[in-house]
Each structure stands twice: as structure tokens, then as C-alpha cells.
Write a protein that binds this ligand. Structure first.
Ligand SMILES: Cc1ncc(COP(=O)(O)O)c(C=O)c1O
Length: 391
């Protein structure tokens, strides 16, 4: 039912199914939730300790920061970017500190889109990107990934999706929800197409630290200097530093865009909370000693969830995820659609998953399972699924 008080732009978007299912799940006592990509880890101790110290000692801690972020954090982000990609960026002209990649992406899309402009998204792709594009009056153009070829992209099909309204393409590698790592050759070709057709590539990067045995296959497209004016790189602290609640990210953007992004950022949030920026400074300047342990534990959880999926081949088929911490199985049992399936699974078996349809048309008849939760949650979810379907 539409509410006459609500704008058409907002009527036109949906609450992300990830959050919808998580809210439903919170109302079901003891539900085993694989719905939200929220790592079970605590923010590492060295980050917590640095914040605790600064909370007492820093007289400015409770105050606004300048809108583009603390200079020290922008410098640390530029240094980290240089170490990761070999590309030097100016902390004043090309770095913004944002309150998470969600807020950064929103600011960017506000800057880039007029009503009717198009953004190309992988299908499946991250659910919130679709809502963000629509909120800004943009149109989503889906670029299908081929499940029969391990959720790969047909790069030569990309130019056919480009029109004179195309403003951007959003890429996530490793992908949410499939875990696919796009190859260097594919990414370089995508970069070339973006330059030829003059659109921006928005690289949303929460998961590049979680690559398991596939690390040698990872390539960061932001390391191509020729894409300097055609690429925005957004790195979030949420996952790699277990800082999802701090709301912190940095964005490396073409110099000509920063002023426009700054206007939107200022009008919507003024600045990223200073205390979170202090946490980010500790994260980037101290040795990230936690990362190896995070990846090892997530790798064990990936093995576990794959074993549990292998044990129910009559219910799900799946492609083993290469990175990130999601698996995107296809539903083989009788069901009507992925949303109805997910709601029933929660109500009847107390297991929460996210309906695949939320990730694009190609996601229908799939569900996303996030395996960043403790092993006993994964085991409870699958014990219940087995008991439910084998009854
Ligand atoms: C692709 C992608 N982008 C952005 C986010 C959210 O990032 P942030 O917490 O920085 O807003 C997520 C979280 O699941 C994600 O998977």
C-alpha cells in the first residue's frame, strides 16, 4: 500500500532483504541466522585500546571533524592505497573518509546520477546497490553472471549494456553474494571498456582480505594508473577490521569529483564520527595482526558450510565460493520463490537465510548464506534444515 506522504523515490525502493530477514529473525527465539554478513569477530584489541586512550586524552574527541575526514587518517589511507596498489594519491585532493561504503556509495551516486541515468550492476550483485541507484533516480542495468561457468562474467557482452545514459558500473570482487574473484584479464578489459565509453567504475571493496587459497588470483583494478580518472575505490573497515558498527570507510576518487562528493557528504552527515576515525587511524597505522587469524577462521567455516551443503545434494547445488564469506546455493527442493522459501524456512525450521531475488533477477531460486558466523550456528542451521526436509 502506498503512503501519500512518502516520495515516489522512496516508495520505489525496498528495505534490503538482508535486513528484512535479520529483523524477522530477531523475533524468532533461538533462530540460527546465516542472513547478515556480520562477522562474529570483535574489533581487534589494538584498535579498541587506541580508542580507549584517545577517549580520555583527546580534548577534541567529541567534536565534529572537517567533512573530508581527519588529515592523519586521509594520509594513512593514501599510504595504505599506495602500498596496496602502487598508485600514489593526494590525501587532500583524492581521499574522503566516509561513514562506511554504504554512505560513501550513496554520496557518489547522488553526485553522478540525474533521473534516468543508468548504472550497470552484476547480476547477482549486492542488494543495497540496486536500492541506492533507484533512490537517486537512476536505472539499474543488470549484467548477468553465468552460474554454469562458476558465476563468471561475459566481459565482451558489457559494451552492449552501455548506452549514452551509462554513468557507472559497480564491481565487488570477491563478489557478494557469489564469492567470485574476477580475474586480472577480465578486470583490465572492463577498465578498457570504461575508458572507451567514458563511464566510472566504482570498486566497492569489503572483502579483498578474505581470499583463502585464491590470493594469487586477486587483482585490484585500482592499481591500473590509466584508470585514475575512471575509477573510484571504496574500502570499508567493516569486515576486514570487524568494525561494522563503527561505520568507517575511505574513498579514493578522481580529483575533479571530490568537491561534489564533499557537498553531498556535508549535506547528509557533515562528517564521519571522529571517534571512528581515531579507530581507523589505529587500524591503518598499526600492524594488522588479526587478519591472518580472521582469514584462517573464515576458511574453516567455508570448509564446514561446503561439507554441510555437500551432505544435502538433493536440497541445494552450489559453486564453491572463492573469496568473501558467502555461498549462494540454488534451491533444488519444491518451492515457489526464494522469498517465500526463506520466510517459511525461518518460521518452520528457525533458520534464517537471505532470498536470492534480492541480489538481482539471476538470484531467484537461490539463497545467500553468510558463513562469517560461529561454527555452531552453521551446524545448527544445517541440522535443522536436514531435520526439516527429511521429515
Ligand atoms: C558489497 C558490499 N558493500 C558494502 C557493504 C556495507 O559496507 P559498510 O558497512 O562499509 O557500509 C557490504 C556489507 O555487506 C557489502 O557486502
Amino acid at each position: 500500500m502506498t503512503n501519500p506522504r512518502v516520495s515516489r523515490a522512496v516508495e520505489n525502493i525496498e528495505l534490503s532483504a538482508i535486513k528484512e530477514m535479520s529483523m524477522r529473525s530477531a523475533r524468532v527465539e533461538g533462530a540460527a541466522s546465516l542472513a547478515w554478513g556480520l562477522p562474529s569477530f570483535r574489533t581487534p584489541q589494538h584498535i579498541r585500546r587506541a580508542v580507549a586512550e584517545r577517549l580520555e586524552a583527546d580534548l577534541e574527541i567529541g567534536k565534529y571533524a572537517l567533512p573530508d575526514g581527519l588529515p592523519a587518517l586521509r594520509e594513512a589511507a593514501a599510504k595504505t592505497h599506495l602500498a596496496k596498489t602502487g598508485v600514489e594519491v593526494d590525501p587532500d585532493r583524492s581521499v574522503m573518509i566516509t561513514a562506511g561504503n554504504t554512505q560513501g556509495m550513496n554520496a557518489l551516486l547522488h553526485v553522478l546520477l540525474d533521473p534516468g541515468d543508468e548504472v550497470i550492476l552484476t547480476d547477482p550483485g549486492f542488494a543495497s546497490h540496486m536500492q541506492q541507484v533507484r533512490l537517486c533516480g537512476g536505472e539499474t542495468v543488470f549484467w548477468g553472471m553465468d552460474e554454469s561457468k562458476g558465476w563468471s562474467l561475459d566481459v565482451e557482452a558489457l559494451p552492449d549494456l552501455v548506452s549514452d545514459k551509462t554513468k557507472a558500473l559497480i564491481l565487488v570482487s570477491p563478489s557478494n553474494p557469489t564469492g567470485t574473484i574476477f580475474s586480472e584479464a577480465e578486470l583490465r578489459r572492463i577498465g578498457q571498456i570504461a575508458v572507451d565509453h567514458d563511464f566510472l567504475i566504482l570498486v566497492d571493496d569489503p572483502y579483498s582480505h578474505f581470499l583463502y587459497e585464491n590470493r594469487p588470483r586477486y587483482f585490484n583494478l585500482a592499481s591500473v594508473p590509466a584508470l585514475r580518472d575512471h575509477l573510484v575505490y571504496l574500502f570499508t573497515f567493516s569486515k576486514a577490521y570487524a568494525m561494522s558498527g563503527w561505520r568507517l570507510a575511505y574513498m579514493i576518487l578522481p580529483e575533479g569529483l571530490k568537491q561534489a562528493v564533499l557537498k553531498v557528504h556535508d549535506a547528509t552527515i557533515i562528517c564521519t564520527p571522529r571517534i571512528s576515525q581515531v579507530a581507523g587511524l589505529a587500524a591503518l597505522t598499526e600492524e594488522p595482526v588479526h587478519l591472518e587469524a580472521f582469514e584462517t577462521i573464515l576458511g574453516q567455516r567455508r570448509s564446514l558450510i561446503c561439507e554441510r551443503l555437500d551432505a544435502v545434494p538433493e536440497l541445494f547445488s552450489y559453486i564453491k565460493p572463492e573469496g568473501a564469506y558467502y555461498v549462494f546455493p540454488k534451491l533444488l527442493m519444491a518451492h515457489s520463490d526464494s522469498r517465500d522459501f526463506s520466510i517459511r524456512l525461518l518460521e518452520d525450521a528457525r533458520v534464517t537465510v537471505t532470498p536470492g531475488r534480492a541480489f538481482g533477477p539471476a538470484g531467484e531460486h537461490h539463497v545467500r548464506m553468510a558463513y562469517c558466523v560461529a561454527e555452531d550456528v552453521i551446524n545448527s542451521a544445517f541440522d535443522r534444515i536436514e531435520a526439516h526436509f527429511r521429515r
